[in-house]
Structures are given as C-alpha cells and as structure tokens.
Ligand binder design. Structure first.
Ligand code: GLC
Length: 781
C-alpha cells in the first residue's frame, strides 16, 4: 500500500489543523451543597465536586443535567463522612479537608486542587472544563516543567509518559507493538504525576474512548472522552505509594492469588493433544524444572467452541487434569467470548433461546468472525448473562480446573475496526447503552462473571483468572498478560516499563509472554527473558503457532541448565514474593516497582527503564541486549550488595556490572533482609526451611518487613488461618539485631523455624536474635 511508503509524507498530504471549538463551562450562577458534594450550576452546564475521602476529591461535569454520581463500573468505594471547611467570597469558594483544598474561582468556573499545604496539584488556566456539541468532554490542566507522568495501564514506550498522547480503546494488536503503537488491549484511564519528589493522581472514570494528551502543548495537558460525563478523581498523594493506595481504595485491589499462580507456567498456541501435554509435563518433572501450570490454547476445543473438548485429541480431560494434578501441575484452559454460530451447538442454542447475546437495537444478534468462524458475543453488561456465563464454567471446575485464561475479550473481531459494531445496544443492567460507550468494559465484566462464579464453584479455593483486556478495576478479578509481543530484544526491553506502569496503574499481577509470543525466539533471548520472568509478578512462557517451540529444553543442555537455575530461583524467592503479593492485596502497592516509587526524590530514577525493584529493598538489573555481558547499573541512595558475589556498592552512583549469560545482577540494600527457601518442584510442596537473609548495615538503620504465609490455596486466611510476622532488623556499630516482635494468625506451616543468615557482618558486630540461640527464630508461640 502507498500509505506504507514515503508517500505517507507527500507534501500534498499536509492538512491544516482545524481549530476545535470547545464550549467552556462558564461562570457559576448558583451553588449548593449536600453532604460531601457541592453542586454548581454554571452558565453552560453543571459541575459537582464530591469529597470521597480526606485525600480524594471527585469532579464531575455534565453538560445538560445535574451530574450522575452513581454509575461507575470501576469505583467500588463510597464517599466517607468528613468535615469540610468552607471559605467564600465574591470571587471564589475554598473547600478544605484535612489533606486537600479545592479552590473554585467563580467567573469563569476554574478549579485548582491543592494539597493541605497549598501546594498546587491540578490547576486550570485560560482553559478549564469544556465540551463540544458532538458530545466530547475535555479537561485542560496546566503542565509544570517538572511534571513526569506514569500509569496509563498497558502502554508501549518508556516509563515516563510525558511527551506522549495516549488513547484508551481496548484493541487487539497482533503486530506491531512499537513504541508508538497505541492503544493496546487494556484501558486504564489513570495517571500519576511526579513533580519534584511529590506525587498526585488523576483517574478519569469514563468508559468511552478517552485520550490523554501530554504532548501537544508545552504548558498544558488535557484528557477528553468521546461522550459521557467529564468525571475524574484527584488523589493527593503525596508519595507515589499513597497515590496508589488512594487509587486502589477507589477501584479495588487484587485478591490474594493462589500460590500456584505465582509459580512458573508453560503455554503454547497450542499443545494439540493430551499426549503432547503429558509429554511437556513429564519433561518438566524429569528435568527438575519447577512448574505449576500448563495452559491449553484454543486447540483443546471442538472446532474452537467454548465449553467443549475435542474428543479425539483430548478424549479424557478429567483424567489428564487429575494426573497432572498428582504431578503438582494445574491446567489452565483458554476461554474466549465468541460463541460459534452453530444451530447444533448447545451453548449457542442457549444463548439464542434465552436471549443472551449482544444485539442491535432493532433486535438482530450481532455476529462477528473470530477463531470459531462467525460467532455471537454474550452481553456481559447484563446480570443475567454474567450469571449464565459464570455458571457455564462448571464445565471446567467440575473436572478440577482452578484457573481460566480469558482472551479476545476487547472484544476482538476479525474486521476492519477490530471490534464489535459500536452501534450494538447493550442491555447494561436496565440502562441500555451503545457499544461505543461500553466497549472498554467488556473484558472487565467478562472477568467479573468468570471470577465470581469460579469462586462459588471452587468451594473455598481461590480461582486464578488471566485476562488480555480490561478497564480500571480489572485487578479485582484477573492477572494481566501483555498480549501478542514478539521474540525481539526490543520487546524484552519494552516489557519492563510496561509491567512497571501496569503496577503503577493498580494492576500488580502482570507479565509478558516470556520468550516472546510471535517470531522465532533464540537461546540467548530465552535465557535473558527467563531471568526477567523469574521476577515479573506473572511468569508464563508462551509462543505462537508456526514459530519455534520455546520450552526450557528446546535449545539444548547448556541453555536448559541456565533456564532451570532461574526458574528454580523463582521458587527460592517464593516466600518473599508471596509476602509482597499479600502486601499488594491489602495496599495496592505493586510487587515489581520502578525505582521512583521508593526513591521519588531521586530524579535519576524518573525514567529508569531497564532496572526494577522487587519490594522496597531489591534491585534487579537484567541484561536486555544480545552479546552483552556488562551493563551500567544505577544504584540509588544507600549501600547495596550484589547477591551473587557479595560485593558492596555505593548508592547514588552508576556502576559497570559484569553478568555472563548465566548471571542476573541482583542487589539488596544493606541493613535490610529477604526471606527465601529451598526450591521445590511446585508450590504444592511446602518448604521445610525458611531462610532469612540479613544484609548487615552499619549506621543505626532499622528496617521493617512483614513476612506473610498461609495455606496458599483457600480463603481460610480470611478467618485467621495465616501467619504474619513483623520482622525488624537493626544494625549498629556493634550489633545486628533481628526481632520478630509481632506474630499473628493461626496458620501452622510445615517449617517451625526461620534460619537467620547474616551477610557482610563487620568484625565488631555481633548478631542478636530475639530468642538468643543465634541460629534461628523459633515459630513456636
Ligand atoms: C491471541 C492471544 C494469544 C493466543 C492466540 C490463540 O493471539 O493473544 O495469546 O495464543 O490468540 O488463542
């Protein structure tokens, strides 16, 4: 096509940009308050300012009516009661909580949101909130020279999103995933601004196609939607971690996942028969490579019909699942939303007979082509449909399946627009609305239907759900994998900022296809990618039909050995990772973090793409290019120890670090500790020993860390069956003291002691443990 050549830049193609005329909301005519909400009637519409908590304020603009405050799919919190101080004058109204200040200038309506010390967070200038006659709504905000932006969910490119324009419209993109490819599968209309060490957040709760423009104007950024209300929340921070706590207070947090879902998972599009799946499983066991799950891609089904098995290739799925379970391996089948149009297929018959599929307003079912051919799509915006779809999963749960993989749920359709006709009319639980409005939440509601029903069906066991598409709040139901990447070094590089920004967007359980999905991987790339995967929250190797198989042994002994080392390493880190997952489930703070989250004062971390943190004290600095065995590593404030060599490094400096193909540079902060165990072949096997590795510090530093454990698979922890130990490490000139002051919960693990290993002890330092036998901390209460 000519468009793909230099012709695209033909001088004749230049178009004068047409100035878009927005109608400003205008001046305040009257206002009144009701509980925590202030309603403003302005010249050209209505605005509500609602205080949600002391540190979260919501702003809603409606062009024609009193703002609707109760129609969010994403928000699960309700406004809290609080005292709001008011100061009014002819020009302005100031509303204050303990942590926030909203200053409303009346003529015209302009809003400034400040923190409690009157530092400006969000400010409007010449332009404020406005709309167009076509339904578009927009907010303009001043952009500070020192503003750095993060979040926006699943985006390609670098960590700092300043200088880009981002669209939210769930899209199936097979290729390419370039730095400019936008949008992708997930829509998280949320970002965090970091300015001179202080952070605040904005969540634009609008399900239409939205656009965030942090690029076009040097002094201003904007966010807009094709329709609906301008409805956004400002979160006061001031630390990046508190912004995330505030955002996940609104949109919910990841439920504690089953431990097995943190283990290594192997996938392929597709393992095509029971025999092949058994062979893969046996290989892992025989080769001492730990594994917790094998995925079944679309070929397990009969002609790609969901809720069926291909009886020839998978004659006895129940037996397969129970045999693999004996080996400690779970089976995770794919479930796509498209239901094949086939008059002899029961699921299709039910969908038609019970009126469960997406339809046009005039009554015709919408059909689109996906893997099974012409298909109909369940209307997940309807409670009845969610229940039906959820119940259908008994097909899987009754034969021992505990995990489901949702794909193609943007929804993807093989046509020009890549999705459903935007004029399809969804039922929307009694408030019918077109697909144009609800497109972005299709995957979220499919996730809700699946997770909630599986939870009921699994009799107390925790379900695992993996999804490709989602909207803000998807973390309540599913882990996210980042779709169809390729076996390119560039895609390995890009996966780091992408997963870090997902973590900053409230989705702590995420990861890319390790090894790359499409294209042929190679030994070196697979090794380096597995090293990263061992520390990304979600760890699955997946590859595409027609390309090279990439199981750990596919490139011979030499590489298999290295890959084994790193998958085993994942399991050694399991106690630490599980504790961090627990922490994420109660606070929203991600397991895998950009350095800026722990060091927001350090500008060198603001766009550091090729390193990440696990928790608050470990830095992983993987090699991300071919043939490279030395790389620059930036270490922030503190003193750091290379875990493999024991060498010490000064912070606030860049070091050249050597890493052969079988090495991954990992640094632990001195004065802190991490919990590890011996590797096991899967997470069913409880470790016998726990090892607390303490890295001695020097100067009166103390460090706290909460170790968490439970049975790993049920919800019994909600009733007290867990083990939580607050560990404190204190280093002084003459001693390293390890205390386990707080010890709670009734869970009795297989281990009864934590062995303490102190690294880098100075001659003048002794080790003091709270039970004084100097080798271990006893768990007996
Ligand atoms: C999509 C998914 C991919 C899957 C394939 C076949 O491309 O993103 O992971 O393997 O469909 O189901």
């Amino acid at each position: 096509m000519l468009e793909d050549t230099s012709f695209a830049l033909h001088p004749g193609n230049e178009q004068q940009s047409k100035a878009v005329i927005y109608r400003d909301i205008g001046s305040v005519k009257t206002y009144r308050s009701e509980d925590n909400t202030y309603y403003f009637h302005c010249e050209n519409g209505y605005i509500a300012i609602q205080f949600f908590t002391n540190s979260i304020v919501r702003v809603v603009m409606n062009r024609t009516n009193k703002p609707e405050l109760n129609d969010s799919y994403a928000v699960v919190a309700t406004p809290e009661k609080m005292d709001i101080a008011e100061e009014t004058s002819d020009e302005q109204i100031i509303l204050k909580t303990e942590r926030l200040e909203a200053v409303i200038q009346k003529k015209p309506f302009r809003l400034t949101v400040n923190d409690k010390d009157s530092n400006v967070l969000l400010e409007e200038g010449e332009r404020g909130m406005a709309y167009r006659e076509n339904g578009e709504v927009i907010a303009f905000k001043k952009m500070n020279d020192n503003d750095h932006f993060y979040g926006f969910g699943e985006k390609s490119g670098h960590l700092d999103k300043r200088g880009g324009k981002y669209e939210m419209w769930n899209t199936d993109v097979y290729a390419p995933h370039n730095p400019e490819t936008d949008p992708l599968y997930e829509s998280i209309p949320y970002f965090m601004t970091l300015r001179d060490g202080r952070a605040h957040g904005v969540f634009f709760d609008n399900t239409f196609r939205t656009t965030f423009d942090m690029k076009s104007d040097r002094e201003m950024y904007s966010y807009k939607a094709e329709g609906g209300q301008l409805d956004y929340y400002v979160m006061a921070g001031p630390e990046p971690k508190s912004v995330l706590e505030q955002y996940t207070h609104l949109t919910g947090r990841m439920p504690l996942p089953p431990k097995w879902s943190l283990g290594y998972q192997q996938s392929r599009y597709s393992y095509q028969s029971e025999t092949e799946v058994r062979e893969v499983a046996e290989n892992f066991i025989n080769k001492n490579i730990p594994i917790d799950a094998i995925h079944l891609d679309i070929h397990y089904m009969n002609g790609f019909r969901v809720f069926t098995f291909d009886k020839e290739k998978f004659p006895n799925p129940e037996q397969l699942i129970s045999d693999l379970r004996e080996m400690g391996i779970r089976v995770v089948p794919i479930v796509d939303p498209g239901v094949k149009k086939d008059a002899e297929y029961a699921v299709y018959q039910e969908g038609i007979n019970q009126d469960l599929f997406c339809k046009y307003m005039e009554g015709d079912v919408y059909f689109g082509e996906v893997w099974p051919g012409v298909s109909a799509f369940p209307d997940f915006t309807d409670e009845k449909v969610r229940k039906w779809w959820g119940d259908k999963h008994e097909f899987y749960t009754e034969i021992g399946i505990e995990g489901i993989w949702n794909d193609m749920n943007e929804p993807a359709v093989f046509n020009e627009t890549k999705t459903m006709d935007v004029s399809v009319m969804h039922r929307n639980d009694g408030r019918p609305a077109v697909h144009r409005e609800l497109h972005n939440i299709y995957g979220l509601l499919m996730g809700q239907a699946t997770y909630d029903s599986m939870k009921e069906q699994l009799n107390g066991k925790r379900p695992f759900l993996l999804t490709r598409a989602g909207f803000s709040g998807i973390q309540r139901y599913a882990a996210v994998w980042t779709g169809d990447n390729r076996s390119f070094w560039e895609h390995l590089q890009m996966s780091l900022p992408m997963v870090m920004n997902l973590g900053l967007s409230g989705i702590p359980f995420a990861g890319p296809d390790v090894g790359g999905f499409a294209h042929d991987t190679n030994a070196e790339l697979l090794v380096r990618w597995t090293q990263v995967g061992a520390f990304t929250p979600y760890f699955r190797n997946h590859s595409a039909l027609g390309f090279r198989y990439q199981e750990p042994w596919q490139f011979g002994e030499k590489y298999e050995k290295i890959i084994r080392k790193f998958i085993q390493m994942r399991y050694k880190w399991m106690p630490q990772l599980y504790s961090l997952f627990y922490h994420a489930s109660v606070s929203g703070i991600p397991v895998m973090r950009p350095l800026l989250m722990e060091f927001p004062e350090d500008m060198k971390t603001y766009n550091l793409n090729d390193q990440f943190m696990i928790g608050d004290n470990v830095i992983i600095a993987p090699v991300l290019s071919p043939s490279v065995t030395d790389r620059a590593v930036y270490l922030p404030k503190g003193e750091w120890v290379d875990m493999e060599t024991g060498a010490g490094y000064q912070g606030e400096q860049t070091h050249l670090i050597h890493a052969e193909l079988d090495q991954l540079p990992i640094f632990v902060k001195r004065g802190t500790a991490i919990m590890q165990t011996e590797w096991t072949s899967n997470t069913d096997k409880s470790p016998k020993d726990l090892n607390l590795h303490v890295y001695a510090g020097e100067n009166n530093e103390s460090y706290q860390f909460t170790f968490y454990d439970d049975d790993g698979e049920t919800f019994a922890f909600e009733n007290g069956l867990f083990l939580r130990i607050a560990i404190e490490v204190k280093s002084t000139a003459d001693a390293v003291t390890v205390n386990t002051a707080e010890h709670s919960g009734d869970y009795l693990p297989a281990y009864d002691k934590i062995k303490v290993h102190v690294h880098g002890l100075d001659d003048s330092q002794e080790v003091i443990l709270n039970n004084s036998d100097n080798t271990a901390i006893s768990l007996v209460k």
